[in-house]
Design a protein around this ligand. Sequence first.
Ligand code: ACO
Length: 329
Amino acid sequence: MHATISAFGAYVPERRVTNDELAQSVDTSDEWIQSHTGIRERRIAAPDQAASDLGIAAGRAALERRGIGPETVDMVIVASSTTDYPNFPSTASIIQDRLGCVNAGAFDISAGCTGFAYGLELARSLVEAGSAATVLLIAAETLTKITNWDDRNSCVLFGDGAGAAVFEAGEENGSGTRVLHSWLKSKGSGDAALIRHVGGSRTPFDPAVHTAADMQIYMDGRAVYLFAVDAVVRTIQALCDKEQIEPRELDWIVPHQANIRIIEAAAKRLKLPMDLFFTNLDRYANTSAASIPLAIKEMIDQDLLKTGQRVLTVGFGAGLSYGGNLLRW
Ligand code: ACO
């Protein structure tokens, strides 16, 4: 039995914030942000919107697209670095209830911006093992809620959004989008390069000592950049090796939408044309685990994905985690 991905869905908050608008409150400029990252604008969740609210909208869109009811879902998996609550209850449980997935189990996965790539392999495995007939995988992120807006090195990079995919059991040789291979890795020695220092069991929040900034994103941009370029190159190469093809034989590469310069550097190293890489980071910035399904949903809407194409996803982020999937469309 093969697991097929039968539908994608996505959601972004309504509020659009351009670089110029950001520059009114942050010591930066549209010119700096565009030239160093490729980002022009991002979406920012409303004060009353949590990750689950974005995830519910994306999950509902995916189920509607597939034309099945929420009661058919056996498992809800949510990839998020910005869960509604710290660690519990899981955001997946909240989404399971609010979406009406009355017959489903639910759990969160924490793999930073690589969460959707991990989730694709997990959902595939559950379906192909016969443990679940229908899995709803959601990546839901509200990074702007944990952003340090006084840190211009990082705050200009992030945006909010959610994406979702429905997995179902398919025929051995049937049509439908499939995960052919996954390659999922971790470089935990780089944990300090992208971290929220306070609020976990290592350093619980102490109001006498800590400030809000201690619980927000800390990023060593240079270290993450160097790691990311290497991670993208190695993931593409490894997945192509598994399929016994050259990277140039791929139809599309859908990278984590962090920074156009990371993607350009990886493309240059692999001697690949930039038009093999789909990007929409100019409009959404870095939406962490949600960036890959948001990109895929846009590709579907633009009719870019055709039956039989090989589509490679590649993610990297906190952990440091990295890896990707080779999909057959
Ligand atoms: N506006 C204006 N100036 C800025 C800004 C800003 N927003 N941010 C930094 N600068 C300044 C710095 O202060 C520095 O000034 P100085 O030379 O006077 O000290 C100057 O710009 C250059 O700084 P660099 O760090 O050399 O800038 P760089 O070209 O390396 O770009 C960046 C920085 C964009 C953060 C880059 O390192 C990067 O993309 N890193 C990876 C970040 C990333 O992708 N993180 C997320 C991945 S994981 C996840 O998705 C959560």
